[in-house]
Write a protein that binds this ligand. Structure first.
Ligand code: CP
Length: 306
């Protein structure tokens, strides 16, 4: 694996190799993962052209735990504001001996463009491009699910909310179907869920009750207002009334169902505080698993040329 740009088409054995590698980096309870020298001498450049709390920080922690040198380009203060092109920025950072670029960009495809132009020893990880893909989020979601529900072949997963604008949903769906999850549901209003998702192996439910019934995993998504352009979209209060995850609605899922959310959460819109902070929520463990998964991805791609 030279670059990680998407979970779509990622072979099952590669996907499982990443999850297994991440397992070795998980720090939980009294288990502490010490710093390891796998990326010593390598330079990781975080290029976040869109805002981030979880992804940028956990990539930085992951790279530091692998002993890499980490550089966070401050995009607001960079020469991007003077009109420097994306590829010229990359070429200049390459001249500073960059080995890995971690890229988030509002334009779908931006990490692909970079990957096409970097020399063979340089690697690119997509940290979220437009509405297209967020592969490390998909992989940390799979790590989280496997931790709590080890048998993918027996699961019903309900993904609820703004699916049409969600790179998180797309990356999760590709990974879930590759791992053999038999029932993946996309739950939301017609304006926020693509009409026919059968080619992706997904059942569409516009009725929240039908969507949550008997689910093992409930993955909530926020309204991606920054990617919406008017139309018949629900307001926050309408969305909460129709699709918000309340304790009463969660009771339709299996009693031991887990509740996931990639963050940031909007309390009282797609999820009630009592659910987000409740016993079935694994939202903060997802964040923690993100470090292990990003350590796995960085170490695997960095050794691709070894
Ligand atoms: N899940 C996620 O991508 O969060 P951030 O936008 O904070 O990185």
């Amino acid at each position: 694996l030279r670059h990680l740009l998407t979970t779509e088409g990622l072979p099952r054995d590669v996907l499982l190799h990443i999850l297994d590698t991440a397992q070795g980096f998980v720090s939980f309870g009294d288990r502490e993962v010490k710093k390891v020298p796998l990326l010593r001498g390598k330079s990781v450049f975080n290029l976040f052209f869109e805002n981030s709390t979880r992804t940028r920080t956990t990539f930085e922690i992951a790279a530091q735990r692998l002993s890499a040198d980490v550089f966070n380009l401050d995009i607001q203060r960079s020469s991007t504001s003077k009109g420097e092109s994306l590829l010229d920025t990359i070429a200049n950072l390459e001249a500073m001996d960059a080995d890995i670029f971690v890229v988030r960009h509002a334009q779908s495809g931006a990490p692909y463009l970079i990957a096409q132009h970097v020399p063979p020893h340089v690697h690119v990880v997509n940290a979220g491009d437009g509405r297209h893909a967020h592969p490390t989020q998909g992989l940390l979601d799979m790590t989280t699910i496997r931790h709590y529900k080890p048998d993918f072949s027996a699961l019903t997963v309900a993904i609820v909310g703004d699916i049409v604008h969600s790179r998180v949903a797309r990356s999760a769906i590709h990974a879930l179907t590759t791992l053999g999850v038999p029932e993946v549901r996309a739950v939301g209003p017609k304006t926020l869920v693509p009409g026919d998702m059968r080619p992706m192996g997904v059942r569409v439910c516009h009725d929240i009750r039908e969507g949550l019934q008997g689910a093992d995993v409930v993955m909530m998504l926020r309204l991606q207002n920054e990617r919406m352009s008017g139309g018949l979209l629900p307001s926050a209060s309408e969305f909460h009334m129709m699709y918000g995850l309340t304790p009463e609605r969660l009771a339709l899922a299996k009693p031991d169902a887990i509740v996931m959310h990639p963050g940031p959460i909007n309390r009282g819109v797609e999820i009630d505080s009592s659910v987000a902070d409740g016993a079935q929520s694994v939202i903060l463990p997802q964040v923690r698993f993100g470090i292990a998964v990003r350590m796995a991805v960085l170490s695997i791609i960095a050794n691709a040329n070894a």
